[in-house]
Design a protein. Structure first.
Length: 76
């Protein structure tokens, strides 16, 4: 179950407290401690393809846009 599906269902049973309590007990998505979805791009919020070297935390698209501004050079 994806998070968007979980939010849709949560909206539907919001008015029924007993069903909502049971639903949350069994179907709530886990808080992630490892993996790709724990870290996001600082600039745009994407999850995949991040540059973390030197503590940058940008996705590859944002890094390409701002690399020259922060002092990186393209050699090839």
């Amino acid at each position: 179950m994806t998070i968007s599906d979980w939010k849709k269902t949560f909206k539907q049973i919001k008015t029924k407290p007993a069903k909502m309590k049971k639903y949350l007990k069994h179907n709530k998505p886990k808080e992630r401690t490892t993996g790709m979805t724990t870290r996001r791009c600082v600039r745009c919020g994407r999850y995949g393809g991040r540059v973390t070297k030197y503590g940058l935390d940008y996705c590859r698209c944002c890094f390409r846009e701002i690399a020259t501004k922060i002092g990186f050079k393209k050699y090839s």
